[in-house]
Design a protein around this ligand. Structure first.
Ligand SMILES: C[S@@+](CC[C@H](N)C(=O)[O-])C[C@H]1O[C@@H](n2cnc3c(N)ncnc32)[C@H](O)[C@@H]1O
Length: 460
C-alpha cells in the first residue's frame, strides 16, 4: 500500500489508491480478518468508488432470525462497515488503524459514535447496503482531516432487498489522524481511544502469561488472569493463533527476568520500566526479600494498573511506588533520582521488558543511557529484551513472525527497533559486560524462530 502523509492527499491517484488500499476484494479480506463476525455472516464489499461503498449481507443460516428474515442487529453491523468504508475512500492513501497495516504516525482512527436505523419491512433476500456521500460532505471531510482536525460526520446508508428499501440508517462517525489521540504535554487530557490502545497491549501480554505452561514457569495465574481480563485473553489467543511461539517467548522472558532478579545479592530495588500489568511484585516480593518496586509507566496506564490491582484478591503487602513518566520526553534518571524513596547506591534491577521494540533506535539510546545512571551499586543490573532487525524491517524469513508483526501493527503497536548487536548497543549507552541470550538457547529449542528474540543483562 502506498501511504501518503496527512497533508498530501493528491499525492496518489484514485486508481492507485483503489488498487492498493480500498478495492472490494482487499477490503472484504481485511475486514473479515479484523471482525470475524463479518466473515461468519458472509458479508462482503461489492463495489467501492470515491465517496461510495456498496456491500452485501446474504440471507443465510447465520444471518437470519426465527422468521427466516435478517436479524435486525446485523443490518446495523453492515451499516457500520459500509458507511465506514465509504468514509475511508475519501482519505486517499491513509491506512485505517485496526484494519490496514499502519502506525500512529500515518494512520487514521475511525470510530462509530452513534447510529439511527429505521427498519421498514422484513428482508427476504440478500440485502444490499449503499452509502453514497455527497460532494459537499466529502469536501468538508477532506478539508478537516487533511488540516489535522477531527471529522464528525453523519452518513446515510440505504438497505435494499428484492428491489425494495428495507431499512435506512444514519451513521455518525468520527475520524482523525491517530497521532492526535496521543496525549501531549500541552494537551494531557487523554482520549479514550488512546487509553484503550494502551491497555490492549499490556492486557495481551498478561493474557499470554495467564495461560503459560506451569511446568515451565511458575506464575500466579489467578493474578495474571485477572490483569488480562477477557480482553487480554482474547487478544492473546488471537496473536498466539498467528505466532504460535508467542506464549513460550513471553514465558521465557518472564522466567529469565525472575532468575536475573533472584541472582542479585541483597536486591533492594526493582524498577519496572513500562510496568503495564506485570504482577511480578506480588508474585516475587517474598522470594526477593521484599525489595521496593518502582513501577514506571504513562500515567494513563498506571490508572489502569491501580484499578486492576485494587481488585486483586489475596494480594501480599508489597513496597510499591508508581511513577508516572513518558519515556519519550521525560528525563527518566531525574524522575527516579529525585524520588524520595529511590537510592541509586542500593543493589537495583532495572527491567525494560517488552518495550525496546516500540521505540526508535534514538529513543532507545536516550532511554537506556538515562537508565544507566540508576545503577550505581556494583551488583545492580539492567535487563532488556530486543528483537533482531529482520523482525522489524520486513526481511524475516519466518512467515509467522511477519504475520505477528503485522498483527501488532494493526493493534497500533508497530515494532520499530531491532538490533543484531545488543551488547554493542548497550556499550554505547554506558553499560558493560552485557550477556546476551537468545530465546532459542534459553528454551533449548531446535526452532530457529526463537533466535530472533534476545534477552540481555548488563551492568554499568
Ligand atoms: C507491551 S507493554 C509491556 C508491559 C510489561 N512490561 C509486561 O511485560 O507485561 C509496553 C508498556 O510500555 C508502556 N509505554 C508505552 N509507551 C510509553 C511511553 N512513551 N512512556 C512510558 N511507558 C510507555 C505501555 O503503557 C505498556 O505498559
Amino acid at each position: 500500500m502506498m501511504i501518503v502523509s496527512q497533508q498530501s492527499h493528491n499525492a496518489i491517484s484514485w486508481a492507485q489508491d483503489y488498487d492498493t488500499r480500498v478495492n472490494p476484494t482487499l477490503m472484504t479480506r481485511l475486514l473479515h480478518e479484523a471482525i470475524p463476525v463479518l466473515q461468519w455472516t458472509g458479508w462482503r464489499v461489492t463495489e467501492v468508488e470515491e465517496g461510495c461503498c456498496i456491500t452485501e449481507l446474504p440471507l443465510n443460516h447465520a444471518t437470519t432470525n426465527q422468521h427466516g428474515t435478517h436479524q435486525a442487529a446485523l443490518l446495523s453491523l453492515s451499516a457500520d462497515y459500509t458507511g465506514g468504508l465509504a468514509l475511508a475512500t475519501l482519505l486517499r492513501g491513509v491506512p485505517f488503524a485496526g484494519v490496514h497495516p499502519c502506525n500512529e504516525d500515518n494512520s487514521a482512527a475511525l470510530w462509530l459514535a452513534a447510529m439511527d436505523v429505521r427498519y421498514k419491512c422484513p428482508s427476504t433476500g440478500h440485502v444490499t447496503a449503499t452509502c453514497k456521500i455527497s460532494e459537499e460532505t466529502a469536501q468538508m471531510v477532506r478539508q478537516r482531516y487533511f488540516a489535522g482536525k477531527r471529522v464528525l460526520v453523519t452518513l446515510p446508508v440505504i438497505f435494499r432487498s428484492n428491489n425494495e428499501v428495507v431499512a435506512e440508517a444514519e451513521m455518525k462517525y468520527f475520524a482523525q489522524p491517530s497521532i492526535q489521540l496521543k496525549p501531549t504535554r500541552e494537551k494531557p487530557a487523554i482520549n479514550p481511544l488512546f487509553k484503550h490502545k494502551l491497555k490492549a497491549s499490556a492486557r495481551m501480554i498478561a493474557g499470554l502469561r495467564a495461560t503459560a505452561d506451569e511446568n515451565f514457569v511458575r506464575l500466579d495465574n489467578a493474578h495474571e488472569k485477572h490483569a488480562a481480563g477477557p480482553h487480554g485473553e482474547l487478544l492473546a489467543k488471537r496473536l498466539q493463533g498467528i505466532l504460535p511461539h508467542l506464549q513460550q517467548t513471553v514465558a521465557a522472558r518472564t522466567k529469565h527476568i525472575d532468575q536475573t532478579l533472584l541472582s542479585i545479592p541483597n536486591l533492594q530495588q526493582v524498577v519496572l520500566m513500562g510496568a503495564g500489568l506485570d504482577m511480578r511484585p506480588f508474585r516475587l516480593c517474598h522470594k526477593l526479600g521484599r525489595p521496593t518496586f518502582f513501577e514506571v509507566d504513562l500515567p494513563e496506564m498506571l490508572e489502569e494498573r491501580t484499578r486492576v490491582i485494587s481488585q486483586l484478591q489475596d494480594r501480599p503487602v508489597v513496597q510499591r511506588r508508581m511513577v508516572g513518566a513518558d519515556f519519550k520526553c521525560d528525563d527518566l534518571a531525574k524522575v527516579l533520582l529525585q524520588h524520595p524513596d529511590f537510592n541509586p547506591h542500593l543493589p537495583t534491577a532495572v527491567v525494560y521488558e517488552g518495550c525496546s521494540m516500540y521505540f526508535t533506535e534514538q529513543e532507545n539510546r536516550e532511554i537506556l543511557t538515562l537508565l544507566s545512571q540508576l545503577l550505581q551499586h556494583p551488583e545492580s543490573r539492567l535487563w532488556s529484551d530486543m528483537v533482531t532487525p529482520d523482525v522489524v524491517d520486513g526481511t524475516t524469513q519466518v512467515q509467522e513472525i511477519a504475520a505477528f508483526v503485522d498483527g501488532m501493527e494493526q493493534l497500533g503497536e508497530k515494532f520499530v527497533f531491532g538490533c543484531n548487536d545488543a551488547a554493542g548497543f548497550l556499550a554505547d549507552c554506558g553499560y558493560r559486560r552485557a550477556q546476551v541470550t537468545t530465546a532459542q538457547d534459553y528454551l533449548e529449542s531446535r526452532d530457529p524462530t526463537y533466535s530472533a528474540y534476545r534477552f540481555v543483562v548488563a551492568e554499568k
